[in-house]
Design a protein around this ligand. Structure first.
Ligand SMILES: C[S@@+](CC[C@H](N)C(=O)[O-])C[C@H]1O[C@@H](n2cnc3c(N)ncnc32)[C@H](O)[C@@H]1O
Length: 309
């Protein structure tokens, strides 16, 4: 018997392709192709995906829709409350999605429910292959709602990037620290994934803003006024967006002091910065597992996923 195969639909790799590829690899253990399709034998709940959007349990794959239709007929697929959705990759591909949904829906036994389906079947049409399967999980897309959180500043991290760096570094059940938490963007995304979150900032206004943001979403977390160069504790991971600009940090030396201190707080640390930290990180004894550039508008942020002994 063939092992089950799962198809993951991700955002289509663009200028932030590395983020998309690495998040997919971290969550599902496979790399998406240029169409944003990754295939794996692992079934993973992708509700926490920032770029990974959907997991589909593949039932059939074929070159023509007629083959899919006859295979569904042969297996006498029966399901009450189903809906058939059709996706295309690339999106500009010419295909009559309505007609495909109709043909496939007509051979599934049971009553459809288009508005509140209990099961969604997906037909994915590509140039060379058509996949038919059952959607087993979808990204909850919550990062998008958080773009409208009560408090943010011009130096706040984009919420999708915050969710991605959490996915690259930690997993549900972990305990993380953001020692320069600002308004708490990283903490919100992590707390929503059942990660225990601790944060601190040396600016009381930021501590208050982060606390209010977490409370707004009914999330738990401990946020204190503290200096990241001195904060202590043991965590599964540290994830932080280092301060930058003259209003946020006194000097490069202080930034290095923060990195020196976090070195002892967790075996994994992910830094987001607007400069190349490679020399400092290696000098301080970090191993750089991944380095990624993330561009948004005019800012290119650099992400360093690191490990220590
Ligand atoms: C780039 S911002 C973080 C933004 C945050 N990720 C967000 O989305 O709102 C850096 C934060 O580091 C804080 N900071 C600067 N020096 C610090 C220090 N020595 N200890 C703790 N926090 C510090 C600043 O007050 C600022 O809120």
């Amino acid at each position: 018997m063939c092992p089950a195969r799962y198809l993951y639909l991700t955002a289509v790799p663009d200028q932030n392709g590395d983020l998309i590829r690495l998040e997919t690899a971290a969550l599902v253990g496979a790399i998406p192709n240029s169409l944003g399709i990754a295939i794996s034998e692992k079934c993973v709940d992708v509700s926490r995906g920032a770029y990974v959007k959907m997991c589909i349990d593949i039932i059939f794959e074929a070159e023509h829709i007629s083959e899919i239709v006859s295979q569904i007929k042969n297996m006498q697929l029966h399901m009450d409350g189903f809906r058939v959705s059709v996706a295309k990759r690339p999106r500009k591909l010419k295909a009559d999605t309505k007609s495909i949904a109709h043909q496939v829906g007509a051979v599934i036994g049971g009553n459809p429910n288009l508005d509140q389906p209990s099961v969604v079947f997906l037909v994915l049409v590509t140039k060379t292959k058509i996949y038919f399967g059952k959607v087993s999980s979808e990204s909850d897309g919550k990062w998008y709602q958080h773009t409208k959180r009560p408090h943010s500043t011009s130096s706040s991290l984009p919420t999708r990037l915050a969710r991605t760096v959490v996915n690259l570094t930690a997993a549900p059940g972990d305990c993380i620290l953001d020692p320069c938490c600002g308004t708490g963007t990283i903490l919100i995304e992590a707390a929503l994934m059942d990660i225990k979150v601790f944060g601190c900032d040396n600016n009381y206004k930021m501590v208050e803003a982060a606390r209010r943001n977490l409370a707004h979403y009914n999330l738990q977390g401990e946020i204190n006024l503290a200096d990241a160069t001195k904060v202590s504790g043991q965590f599964d991971a540290v994830i932080t967006n280092l301060p930058y600009g003259i209003t946020l940090i006194a000097s490069r030396a202080q930034e290095r002091e923060i990195m020196q201190n976090t070195r002892h707080l967790a075996p994994k640390t992910t830094f987001v910065a607007i400069r190349d930290l490679t020399a400092d990180l290696l000098d301080l004894g970090y191993r750089i597992r991944q380095r990624i550039n993330a561009k948004k508008h005019t800012i290119t942020r650099q992400i360093f996923v690191t490990e220590t002994d």
